[in-house]
Design a protein around this ligand. Structure first.
Ligand code: ARG
Length: 391
């Protein structure tokens, strides 16, 4: 049986290659989907896959697609699940889709992933596998063998698999263009203070405050500091700029799909910068009713994506609503970054629903007396309520 495995080169997926060969009798094809990985590491990942005896390996550059069709949608949706801007969650459906494509091309019978039975990623991979290739068998070796991280490490050692982690630093790290997540090991204790060494993207390198200009066209970021950049470069540059100020570091308790509460650490500098700026622009150009309704749509969108239901028709319908609101979301926002904080200090748009004359205390274009009629009935129902006979 041929199995196509979503392969990152990390501990779990490397162990999966061997388990698939040994315990399931599979010929393994590995697929590494580049959603913003270190370009040099990609070669090492491929070499590692080949050294494990895979029959074929694919590296797929999906950065552009990830940026345009996933990250830009997340920005328009101000994506956020309980304080997490959905980095890993956002990339899983795309990775799963590429795995299915390769499986179809290779005529493989099985689709495999290295997620454990405790986390969210199994739901995300399998939801896509089932929607796009219901006829294929799904194999999840780590979950099916009920392996602990320690057991995976010793299995890897026994099989001569080079591993990037060790028992004293057993972090599980996932990275893509939109963020980096670090979990496991000592971090699992919510009362444990994370050591500085777990962070890579948000090391404080600049100590002076810095202003960044972010320009949007119809909800999509198009320029940073006046410079037009294509999607992938723009996101990388935003990560660099904000990361140097320590912006986008998150330490939180998260409710996983299963219901487990988990301690999660993230670095999402670009997400922190771009979503902060995007929200500020929306608050200038959308009506209060659009904003209030959109906030509910955003929460639902984020929950669906967190839950791996990217292919749920409701997600598509919510995206259609979000897209309709973005037509006017064009303009510029200035964000000040300093010591981990990122705050909007100025915003402008041709579509602003803002009138300096109308709101100014020094102007007469709104005749204050004309508001009297509105005031008279503003609290009508409350007045009636307070006039009801009482004991
Ligand atoms: N808790 C995050 C999520 O569910 C991150 C998961 C990270 N996955 C990993 N294999 N390290 O999206």
């Amino acid at each position: 049986m041929k199995a196509v495995l979503a392969y990152s080169g990390g501990l779990d997926t490397s162990v999966c290659v061997k388990l698939l060969q040994e315990k399931y009798g599979c010929e393994v094809i590995t697929v590494t989907v580049d959603v913003g990985l270190d370009q040099e590491e990609l070669h090492e990942v491929e070499e590692k896959a080949r050294s494990l005896g895979v029959v074929e390996h694919y590296t797929i550059d999906a950065r552009e697609e990830f940026a345009r069709d996933y990250i830009f949608r997340a920005i328009k949706a101000n994506a956020n699940y309980e304080g997490y801007p959905l980095s890993t969650a956002l990339a899983r459906p795309l990775i799963a889709e590429k795995v299915v494509e390769i499986a179809k091309r290779e005529g493989a019978e099985a689709l495999a992933h290295g997620a454990t039975g405790k986390g969210n990623d199994q739901f995300r991979f399998e939801a896509v596998f089932r929607t796009l290739a219901p006829e294929k068998r799904i194999i999840a070796p780590i979950r099916e063998f009920n392996l602990t991280r320690k057991e995976s490490i010793s299995y890897a050692k026994k099989h001569g698999i080079a591993i990037p982690v060790d028992v004293d630093k057993p972090y599980s790290i996932d990275e893509n263009l939109w963020g980096r997540s670090i979990e496991g090991g000592a971090l699992e204790d919510p009362s444990f203070i994370p050591p500085e060494e777990i962070y890579e993207w948000t090391k404080l390198r600049r100590h002076e405050p810095e202003l960044v200009d972010v320009e949007f066209a119809q909800g999509t970021p198009v320029k940073l500091n006046g410079k037009a950049l294509p999607p992938v470069e723009l996101i990388m540059e935003a990560n660099r700029l904000a990361g140097e100020h320590g912006v986008g570091r998150i330490d939180m308790i998260e409710d996983r799909i299963l219901g487990l509460k988990a301690r999660e650490n993230y670095e999402c500098p670009a997400a922190a910068l771009l979503i902060t700026a995007h929200k500020a622009l929306e608050s200038l150009v959308l009506t209060r009713r659009e904003l209030a309704f959109k906030a509910q749509v955003e929460a639902k969108w984020s929950e669906l994506v967190y839950f791996g239901l990217w292919n749920e028709p409701l997600r598509l319908a919510l995206d259609a609503f979000i897209e309709a609101t973005q037509e006017r979301v064009s303009g510029k926002v200035k964000v000040k970054m300093h010591n981990g904080s990122c705050a909007v200090v100025a915003r402008e748009s041709e579509n602003a629903l803002y009138s300096l004359e109308a709101v100014s205390f020094d102007d007469k274009s709104i005749d204050q007396r004309s508001v009297e009629g509105m005031l008279r009935y503003h609290s009508l129902q409350a007045e009636m309520y307070w006039r009801l006979p009482r004991e």
